[in-house]
Design a protein around this ligand. Structure first.
Ligand SMILES: [Fe+2]
Ligand SMILES: [Fe+2]
Length: 300
């Protein structure tokens, strides 16, 4: 299906159902500022401090074992100076995205999507480091947001989405395949559309829109490849949406892996069996971390 046809379907749904959900002001502002050059500490601090709950959560996350900072951070300004805008953006999104949207569909737990997103984010950051990708923090955020389209779809109480959930449950196929069959467009198409409306950077929009269709990625193929692999690795090990899925992954045959080998020819020499074992261990670690961090946020 052509991009325009997909846009037309997404438009029909959006106009039929529903207002466009808004991102929390502080989050939208941080995303906007992090795309600009010469941003002042004060501007970022002011944007965060307008949101007291966000501020408290950020301080708690930064001081948790999860984030692994060696000194104690006591204020937002100190954090920005010490960690830099890139990491601050990751922390803001990690603590705020998950509760920016209410849980609306009884059969579909959106916390699971954020847990999966955080898992993919952490694996993507580690994978980036291993394959020598230049911006692991960008990969972290791309991972965190890659399935935001699923959250959006769940917001609209569409009968088609209920059918998708049903088909996923009974046939054990992916949401992507079920959405294509029942709605005609997928969470990637929805989120690509919203990402543009929300002013996300082109690279984030590309990851969100093409993470199930790597061939369509053109702007930053290594980044999309990292997210595709991290997503598969998490899903195949049960860090998924909470539905059973029949899925097998063989790293060496994945087109995404081929792209990364072109990006870094050194990877040809990598012992794949060992690397996969490392990733297994990482996903197990990530599962524990994910539980821990969202439990912490929930107790607010
Ligand atoms: Fe997805
Ligand atoms: Fe995913």
């Amino acid at each position: 299906m052509k991009a325009q046809e997909k846009d037309a379907i997404v438009n029909t749904y959006v106009s039929r159902a529903m207002p466009i959900p808004t991102l929390p002001t502080a989050v939208a502002r941080i995303l906007e500022l992090s795309g600009k050059k010469d941003v002042k500490v004060e501007e970022v601090a002011d944007a965060i401090l307008t949101d007291k709950v966000l501020t408290a959560r950020m301080i708690r996350l930064m001081n948790s074992a999860f984030w692994g900072i060696r000194r104690r951070i006591s204020s937002v300004r100190e954090a920005i100076v010490y960690l830099g805008l890139h990491q601050i953006r990751s922390i803001v999104l990690t603590t705020s995205l998950f509760n920016a949207f209410p849980d609306k569909n009884p059969d579909f737990n959106i916390i699971k999507i954020w847990e999966h997103g955080l898992g993919v984010a952490l694996v993507a950051r580690r994978l980036s480091q291993r394959v020598g990708y230049e911006d692991p923090e960008q990969a972290y955020i791309a991972g965190l947001m890659h399935d935001i389209g699923e959250v959006l779809l769940s917001q609209y109480s569409l009968k088609e989405f209920e059918e998708v959930v049903e088909v996923v449950k009974t046939e054990k196929i992916s949401f992507y395949d079920a959405e294509k069959r029942i709605i005609g467009v997928t969470h990637s198409d929805f989120a690509g559309w919203f990402g543009q409306n929300w002013g996300f950077s082109e690279e984030f929009v590309e990851v969100i829109a093409t993470h199930h269709d790597l061939n369509k990625a053109a702007l930053n193929r290594p980044l999309v490849a990292i997210i595709v692999l991290s997503d598969l690795l998490c899903r195949v090990r049960g860090l998924d949406y909470g539905f059973e899925e029949n899925l097998e992954v063989s790293l060496k045959d994945e087109p995404a892996w081929k792209i990364l080998k072109e990006y870094n020819p050194e990877l040809q020499k990598l012992d794949l069996a060992r690397f996969t074992l490392d990733l297994d261990a990482l996903v197990d670690e990530v599962k524990v971390i994910v539980k821990d961090i969202y439990k912490g946020i929930h107790s607010d």
